[in-house]
Design a protein around this ligand. Structure first.
Ligand SMILES: NC(=O)C1=CN([C@@H]2O[C@H](COP(=O)(O)OP(=O)(O)OC[C@H]3O[C@@H](n4cnc5c(N)ncnc54)[C@H](OP(=O)(O)O)[C@@H]3O)[C@@H](O)[C@H]2O)C=CC1
Ligand SMILES: CC(C)(CO)C(=O)C(=O)O
Length: 344
């Protein structure tokens, strides 16, 4: 199979580099300064075992490749806010022998949140979801890094909305050869909802810095509790911590990389790069949406969604809202939400 990595940033760059290292054909899709750096100097991948450079074909869209091959896999690793635009471009791409990518090729959505595979299913017939446990960093244009040894991360993968098939097993086998733990699961949505609950802390970390001290942990616990209440009201199941642990085992140990700053997760990194957009509408915003649909107040997730978007719009530095200030705002919002529920 040839892997076309749409969005060769932290996740796409790590997966693409690892797949190339394992001998697979890989095409990187990138844009802007990152694309220029990848084209000029290759993809530089830093992992605990060292740095490697991969000179791979780099394109900005399907036109540069000509008709796609029947053994192509579209591996989507853009932030969720960029999913729709990417699918719109890649869906109609012609495939050798006739038909389009949307009709004939698998699209594997290796992203946080739960929205991308749904968006993909509107256009593509063969959609796969991945629950991505892979702490990676887009260090600078052309350079990505991933902690974790001996494996780089855990990628639960399955056909979306449910089931498994030969493609899922084939992609997982290739990922396993490329230093990932890649269990094939028949209920990938349940895994993705579990990850969504973890990622409700992304915005907190982005605006107020690493979740680690007791005050931040307490706030995250309240944000997550809101998320769990919403999922329960919506009748949505997620895998328990025990199930996750049973499948994960102790296979991935995070090893800090000397000289590679990974002060924060993917949303923190968006702010650090001054990206102008952030994924919060699709993480905390998913809980807010479900809360509104099912009549459950979500003041804390609303607050974080709003703050994260404001930080991105104003290109504010990550972590620059002091935690006591965020906690004060959260207390105010929670009090307001209780009053609203009592009045209605
Ligand atoms: N980083 C991490 O540790 C983890 C991330 N995730 C999830 O993985 C997904 C990807 O995140 P991450 O790798 O961090 O994101 P990055 O921003 O590092 O990488 C995404 C890349 O895709 C590029 N891009 C967006 N749209 C297009 C397009 N149409 N054509 C070409 N390139 C495009 C972006 O360019 P530009 O910079 O110009 O926008 C960026 O370089 C997200 O859903 C995230 O939540 C999950 C687990 C861990
Ligand atoms: C859990 C974490 C922080 C790394 O896997 C992540 O999902 C992210 O950075 O978005």
């Amino acid at each position: 199979m040839r892997y076309i990595i749409i969005g060769a940033g932290a996740i796409g760059g790590t997966v693409g580099g690892r797949l190339a290292q394992a001998g697979h054909e890989v095409v990187l899709v990138a844009r802007g300064a990152h694309r220029a750096a990848l084209t000029e100097g290759g993809l530089r991948l830093r992992v605990p075992q060292g740095e490697s450079t991969h000179r791979l074909p780099v394109v900005d869209g399907p036109d540069a490749l000509g008709p796609l091959r029947t053994d192509d896999v579209l591996f989507l690793a853009v932030k969720t806010q960029d999913t729709e635009a990417a699918l719109r471009v890649w869906g109609p791409a012609p495939v050798e022998g006739g038909g389009t990518a949307a009709e004939r090729l698998p699209v594997v959505c290796a992203q946080n949140g739960v929205e991308s595979p749904r968006l993909a299913l509107r256009r593509f017939r063969h959609v796969y979801g991945v629950c991505v446990w892979l702490p990676a960093t887009h260090v600078e244009p052309g350079v990505v890094s991933a902690a974790g040894t001996p494996l780089s991360g855990i990628l639960h993968l399955g056909r979306y909305p449910h089931g498994t098939d030969d493609t899922a097993r084939g992609v997982a086998a290739d990922l396993e050869k490329a230093h990932f733990e890649a269990p094939v699961v028949a209920d990938v949505s349940r895994w993705q909802y579990a990850k969504l609950l973890s990622n409700l802390g992304n915005a907190l970390e982005a605006v107020s810095g690493p979740v680690g001290d007791p005050e931040a942990e307490a706030l995250y616990a309240s944000v997550r509790a809101e998320g769990e209440a919403v999922l329960r009201a919506a009748g949505i199941a997620w895998v328990s911590a025990e199930e996750q642990q049973a499948l994960r085992g102790d296979k991935v140990t995070l090893v800090p990389l000397d000289g590679v700053p990974r002060a924060g997760g993917s949303s923190w990194q968006s702010l650090r790069r001054g990206a102008g957009t952030i994924e919060a509408d699709h993480l905390n915003g998913e809980i807010v949406l479900l809360g509104r649909l099912h009549g459950v107040p979500t003041p804390l997730n609303e607050l974080l969604q709003g703050l994260a978007n404001q930080f991105a719009r104003e290109r504010r530095a990550p972590g620059s809202l002091p935690l006591p200030e965020l906690t004060r705002l959260a207390d105010q919002r929670s009090a307001g939400a209780v009053a609203f529920v009592q009045e209605s």
